[in-house]
Design a protein around this ligand. Structure first.
Ligand code: B12
Length: 214
């Protein structure tokens, strides 16, 4: 039996080698990938954030934790994607300008893929123009904006405004999320939807697509 606390510890201690090997062991033992993510990896990142807040951790420690989480996510991503079969819709996803946090965004992207969406991930620190260009070229139904910093939340508003200016706001549904984002903020900036985690993001995306059907 795999001791899954080792996965939490490995992410928290920024040890990618152990996090990847425990993830491999757990998958071989038949543990559900979502249990690994929500039960062990996300709580480890939350604890890393708490330590950072209390100045027990600094940026290098956060980076190591992020690297360990990413290493494990690489293994889980194809499994999450394989769970979804038919095409539910086309999504463009990215982290807004000025913001380099991409773990939550990657998780949402993986879950949407798992939910049967065709997902184009355009990375972090993405300008409004790049979001618009990608949404147009991909003929996207949904655009997902992620932000983890209070100082980059305004870039969500700017991005939505840019869709309006470009005359393409009505062609897409815009979903927003990330730790500091709230439902109220989402409503204020004119987003179509908000969710605070990757699983409900999939349900929300499905609802938005269904509501847009004539
Ligand atoms: C890892 C991390 C980093 C890493 C990022 C590595 C990477 N590749 O992502 C590094 C070290 C680079 C980093 C840098 C910084 N960070 Co940092 N970081 C974190 C940390 C610890 C974890 C974030 C994370 O990955 N969480 C795990 C994921 C799974 O959760 P999530 O992102 O919230 O995503 C979930 C939901 O929010 C939602 N979601 C996310 N996106 C979307 C999008 C949509 C559309 C939807 C529907 C849902 C959704 O679903 C996800 C899955 O369930 C947080 C603390 C925390 N607990 O949040 C601080 C934190 C976000 N960082 C913080 C700070 C201050 C910084 C720096 C400014 C530090 C510095 N002085 O340099 C820089 C900023 C760099 C920049 N320009 O972006 C602060 C932000 C404070 C604030 N309120 O603004 C935090 C909160 C730490 C703290 N407690 O002070 N950081």
């Amino acid at each position: 039996m795999t001791d899954l606390q080792r996965l939490r510890d490995a992410v928290l201690n920024g040890d990618p080698k152990t996090s990847v090997s425990v993830t491999r062991e757990a998958l071989a033992a038949g543990v559900d990938p979502m249990e690994l993510i929500t039960g062990y990896m996300v709580p480890a990142m939350d604890e890393a954030g708490r330590r950072f807040e209390f100045e027990e951790y600094f940026v290098p420690e956060l980076l190591l934790s992020a690297r360990a989480m990413k290493g494990s996510l690489e293994l889980l991503r194809p499994l999450l994607a394989a769970q979804g079969a038919q095409l539910a819709g086309r999504v463009v996803i990215g982290t807004v300008k000025g913001d380099l946090h991409d773990i939550g965004k990657n998780l949402v992207a993986a879950m949407l893929e798992g939910g049967g969406f065709d997902v184009l991930d355009i990375g972090a620190d993405v300008s409004p123009e790049k979001f618009i260009e990608a949404a147009k070229s991909r003929n996207a139904n949904i655009v997902c904006l992620s932000a983890l910093l209070t100082v980059t939340m305004p870039a969500m508003r700017t991005t939505i405004e840019a869709f309006k200016q470009a005359g393409v706001r009505e062609q897409v549904k815009i979903m927003v999320g990330g730790a500091p984002v709230t439902r109220q903020f989402a409503a204020e900036i004119g987003a179509d939807g908000y969710s605070d985690n990757a699983s409900t993001a999939v349900a929300l995306a499905r609802q938005l697509i269904a509501a847009a059907q004539p």
